[in-house]
Design a protein around this ligand. Structure first.
Ligand code: 2AM
Length: 204
């Protein structure tokens, strides 16, 4: 996933969103080290439970799925979202679960940080206040690692990780999702920083 500064978001959006509408969602995206750790985990899981693992560059945690949106609305969306303030946190990935309904294996956290729920809550409030539609289902933090798994081998997998993965989360992003033949391609089109506690303390 390419890196860029917040001030470039407008230009990047223009380059990346040439059609009439785009499918978008808010997410947190792991940087290199955590991405590698999750990727190694997905490779092990794929070996055991079959199916198809998420490619390294697509590993993420969705905050809110907005769905199809007119490209002309994107600037207004990003402007509204600029008002959202969130705090940085560590997301400790310490378990692997099976979602029978859609046959995915995902990684998750036994204890979800309050900061993550606060961020999603603020995003939802801001979207609602500004009239942007989004998926209202309850937020269930999960990192999909393997899809279309073989259900009968799963009970052995449903366990805690021996070594939890510590994911320091310092920003959230707006992502464009496109279908390319048999897979989804994700491209960031907006980025917002989370404030670390030390910066909050420095202000007060
Ligand atoms: P998933 O990992 O559980 O499939 C992009 O599609 C991202 O948005 C994926 O992470 C997907 O979750 C999530 N998502 C949430 N609601 C969705 C929906 N209604 N349709 C497609 N993706 C959705």
């Amino acid at each position: 996933m390419p890196d860029y500064q917040n001030k470039e978001c407008g230009r990047l959006r223009q380059r990346q969103t040439s059609g009439r509408s785009v499918r978008v969602f808010f997410a947190i995206w792991p940087k290199y080290t955590v991405c590698r750790q999750l990727c190694v985990l997905s490779e092990k899981l794929e070996l055991v439970c079959g199916g198809r693992r998420t490619r390294a560059e697509s590993i993420h945690l969705t905050l809110i799925f907005l769905g199809e949106m007119g490209t002309s609305q994107l600037d207004a969306l990003c402007l509204a979202i600029n008002a959202v303030k969130g705090r940085a946190f560590n997301f400790i990935v310490d378990g692997v679960c099976y979602w029978k309904f859609n046959r995915v294996v995902y990684a998750g956290a036994g204890e979800v940080p309050l900061e993550l729920f606060d961020l999603v809550g603020s995003l939802k409030e801001t979207l609602s206040a500004n009239g942007f539609p989004f998926d209202h289902r309850t937020f269930t933090p999960h990192i999909t690692l393997v899809r279309k798994v073989r259900p009968h081998v799963l009970p052995k997998l449903l366990k805690s990780l021996a070594e939890p993965i510590v994911w320091p989360v310092s920003e959230w992003i707006l992502v464009k999702s496109e279908q390319a033949s048999d897979r989804s391609v994700y491209t960031p089109i907006g980025r917002w920083p989370l404030v670390s506690d030390s910066k909050v303390n420095a202000v007060f």
